[in-house]
Design a protein around this ligand. Structure first.
Ligand SMILES: Cc1ncc(COP(=O)(O)O)c(C=O)c1O
Length: 163
């Protein structure tokens, strides 16, 4: 057996977590993402969604996405730096910048990427980031990519932050 196969054959953290009944991953939703969704044939209330404004299932957005897919296809087929910038990116970013009163804007397709992209640009080696010990994984990774020195304070504890 190769080294990698040997290592993976011993990896049983998911099984350990499943045995404790706290394995949270990949529960399937069989309906549109909305305030109520269908899971295992049952209608349930959705409290975990990031679609705060309900845009994921908004008929206007869905129609626009269908139209864009018809015109551009199902993806950008490249990085924004190379061949992946479409005219609708530029149009959207211009409107967004105007809306928030800024010179320009850049869009990311996930929140995770926002934190990777912005934190790694906002701070660098020899600088400091002071952060909550329970920051989202994307903030932790963004911090790491920045190479800044990181100081953590106790979750939500303003006295610890002050100290
Ligand atoms: C604070 C915070 N940052 C980043 C993310 C990642 O966002 P996305 O799922 O769009 O990558 C989340 C997702 O829940 C979040 O809560």
């Amino acid at each position: 057996m190769g080294l990698l196969q040997d290592k993976f054959s011993k990896y049983d953290l998911p099984q350990q977590v499943m045995a404790k009944g706290v394995y949270p991953y990949f529960r399937c939703i069989n309906s549109a993402q909305d305030t109520e969704v269908i899971m295992s044939g049952k209608k349930v209330l959705m409290f975990g969604s990031n679609s705060y404004m309900g845009l994921t299932n908004d008929p206007r957005i869905k129609e626009a996405a269908i139209e864009a897919t018809r015109k551009y296809g199902t993806g950008c087929a490249g990085s924004r730096f190379l061949n992946g910038t479409l005219d609708i990116h530029v149009e959207f970013e211009k409107e967004l910048a105007e809306f928030v009163g800024k010179e320009d804007a850049i869009s990311f397709s996930t929140g995770f990427q926002v934190n990777l992209g912005t934190l790694s640009a906002a701070a660098g080696r020899g600088e400091y980031i002071i952060c909550d010990e329970r920051d989202h994984a994307s903030i932790v990774d963004g911090r790491r990519l920045s190479f800044a020195t990181c100081y953590k304070y106790k979750h939500n504890d303003m006295e610890a932050l002050e100290k």
